[in-house]
Design a protein around this ligand. Structure first.
Ligand SMILES: [Ca+2]
Ligand SMILES: [Ca+2]
Ligand SMILES: [Ca+2]
Ligand SMILES: [Ca+2]
Length: 620
């Protein structure tokens, strides 16, 4: 960090013509990347500056090109949900008015191949609705109560509703979904959180799931489950389970809209909270390997973190020590980074890592979280979405567990009218540069009549990665992505197996959107399907660096990210002009490393963990 600061100081004193079109923060980002990357080799600030100067010469020309909007964008989305048969409207509280906070947060979605036929299936979680003027739930006619829906991919652009056949019909206030193979039998299992009782579904094969919550020892008093993620925190090859709890909420005694300082937005009466409502604590369960889990929330220090409103959870190694950490986006409070201490305990390192707050040191309303490598340096960066009047945080990974919010420098400050939810860093045009997507929707539908600047429904915001550490808002050039909805969860995966990433989106009180990517260019791609042997079989927690044509990209196999959602476990990489991945470097969740070279693209490559890569390769 010292060398970064020194380089910045020197750089700011340089004469000016090169600086046209760049903010000081952008320069800082360019420079910091250089000096941090070089720090280990003891190269001083002078060389950093020359190198940054070179980058700027190139960058200025490109910035000029961007200003006149000549850069082609070959991605367009078509919402195929209706024609594909994803027609069941989600029910989530009031449509035009939200009386209580439980009606506002909505739920996640998942893209998973539950029947292992190589085609992604779609899971959409649902809530329910309160009776008008009452605190009781609507009495839906028998068989028509809202439920989570599982749609099987028929491989022809259409889907079949298999909710009942799969045993997944369930009515309640669902929040999040996380997925992983908890019993290492090769079938992906599911955990769902609720305002109510959470559920563990074991995938029993034959297209069916069984509710094993009680047998697994996970039956508990109702709380408000929010984010969740499977994580093998002790690296024994068995997936453990982290569960976030949003806050403590009692519907029977909850305050009515407008009845206190935390029940107003811009002076207008709205549903109360989260501020003013009591916080809860988070949970961690260790997988005993016999189908049951032990509550280790206290012993691991997970429950020690208090006074937060935790939402989406994301587990991966964030500080490069090959032990998985947990990042939790928290509403209206500091985010949590549970750093894995490698001894069965966690410490909240969000503050010291730079990921607790925004650029200005302020607490933000964290909703969604995503991990990716936007600047291609081989380190996983973090994206976190927030409330209206705010922009997402883009935490650039500086290495060694340190991050810096570069959202403004990266060009994300061009839009702030919308509440931001599900998010990701997918490479939508296969150019090897990870693009940036978030979906939007206000939590106060009744506001837009009075304040049209804050619409109930918002577009899905699409930013393309320019390759220079910045993003360009291409929403208006991305087809149906711009059609407004009040969205929450979003999941990324290649639903039609044509080599580009599609997006499944949860819409409040509407059918979901299935945004088919109609990418028209011919760039290469590769999809990696990882299978752990020593490590957990679904490889949750693995990190992969793909090098192709001089570009480096990093991705992690995640159990949850975006907003309460689950992406395809297979990792997609754009290859640009290359036809192959020159190198694939995998860090398995058990800590072992594996390298493959010259792997041909335009296909799904299945990679099994080599026994030789087992935990001996890891350092403590
Ligand atoms: Ca399938
Ligand atoms: Ca399983
Ligand atoms: Ca891209
Ligand atoms: Ca596709």
């Amino acid at each position: 960090m010292q060398s970064t600061r020194a380089a910045l100081r020197s750089f700011r004193s340089l004469p000016g013509p090169m600086l046209t079109g760049f903010s000081a923060a952008t320069l800082a980002a360019v420079l910091a990347g250089e000096s941090v990357g070089r720090a280990n080799r003891g190269v001083g600030p002078e060389r950093d500056i020359r190198s940054a100067e070179l980058q700027l010469r190139v960058g200025s020309r490109a910035a000029e090109q961007l200003r006149v909007g000549t850069a082609p964008w070959e991605v367009s989305f078509t919402d195929i949900a209706e024609r594909a048969g994803l027609n069941d409207a989600t029910v989530y509280g009031g449509v035009e008015k939200k009386r209580f906070i439980i009606e506002t947060n909505g739920s996640g979605v998942a893209l998973l191949d539950y029947d292992d036929d190589g085609w992604l299936d779609a899971l959409i979680l649902s809530g329910t609705r309160l009776k008008e003027g009452s605190r009781g739930t609507v009495d839906f006619p028998s068989g028509s109560a809202p439920t989570n829906r599982l749609y099987k991919n028929r491989r022809d652009g259409t889907f079949e509703d298999v909710t009942d056949a799969a045993g997944l019909r369930r009515t309640g206030w669902a929040s999040g979904v996380c997925a992983g193979d908890v019993d290492n039998d090769g079938r992906t299992d599911l955990f769902l959180t609720y305002f109510g009782e959470n559920v563990l579904y074991r995938n029993t094969g034959g297209g069916r799931f069984a509710d094993v919550t009680t047998r697994a020892g996970l039956k508990a008093d109702p709380r408000w489950g929010s984010g969740c993620t499977f994580i093998d925190y002790d690296r024994d090859g068995k997936l453990d389970l982290f569960i976030a709890n949003y806050l403590r909420f009692e519907l029977a005694t909850a305050s009515e809209p407008g009845t206190g300082p935390n029940c107003l937005w811009k002076g207008i009466p709205v549903n109360c909270g989260p501020k003013g409502l009591p916080a809860d604590t988070n949970l961690l369960f260790r997988n005993r390997g016999d189908g049951t889990f032990a509550d280790v929330s206290e012993a691991t220090g997970v429950a020690r973190v208090q006074r937060r409103y935790p939402m989406t959870a994301l587990a991966t190694d964030l500080d490069g020590d090959r032990w998985p950490d947990i990042y939790v986006a928290c509403d209206s409070t500091a985010a949590i980074l549970y750093r894995n201490n490698r001894d069965g305990t966690f410490t909240d390192a969000a503050l010291e890592s730079g990921t607790a707050y925004g650029e200005g040191g302020n607490a933000q309303a964290g909703m969604g979280a995503a991990a990716g490598d936007f600047n291609g340096d081989g380190l996983l960066d973090l994206l976190k979405t927030h409330f209206a009047d705010d922009i997402p945080a883009l935490y650039r990974n500086l290495g060694k567990g340190l991050f810096e919010d570069t959202a403004v420098a990266a060009g994300l400050a061009v839009e702030n009218r919308y509440v931001e939810w599900g998010a990701g860093l997918p490479d939508l045009d296969n150019d090897g540069l990870q693009d940036l997507v978030y979906v939007t929707g206000n939590v106060y539908p009744e506001i837009e009549r009075l304040l049209p600047h804050y619409p109930h429904r918002g577009p899905r915001i699409i930013f393309r990665n320019t390759g220079r550490g910045t993003f360009e808002n291409v929403t208006a050039r991305s087809g149906d992505a711009a059609i407004p909805h009040s969205s929450r969860g979003a999941a990324f995966g290649d639903v039609d197996n044509d080599g580009d990433l599609d997006v499944l989106v949860m819409n409040m009180n509407e059918r979901p959107s299935l945004l088919r990517n109609d990418y028209a260019g011919g760039r290469g791609w590769i999809v990696l399907r990882l299978e752990g042997t020593q490590s957990n079989r679904s490889a949750i927690g693995a990190t992969v660096v793909v090098t192709s044509g001089g570009l480096k990209q990093t991705r992690a196999v995640l159990s949850q990210s975006s907003y309460y959602s689950h992406d395809d476990l297979r990792l997609h990489f754009g290859l640009g002009a290359s036809t192959q991945a020159d190198e694939i470097a995998i860090t398995w969740p058990g800590g072992g490393m594996q390298r493959l070279t010259n792997i041909a693209g335009r296909r799904v490559v299945r990679i099994r963990e080599e026994p030789a890569s087992a935990p001996s390769a890891a350092h403590p």
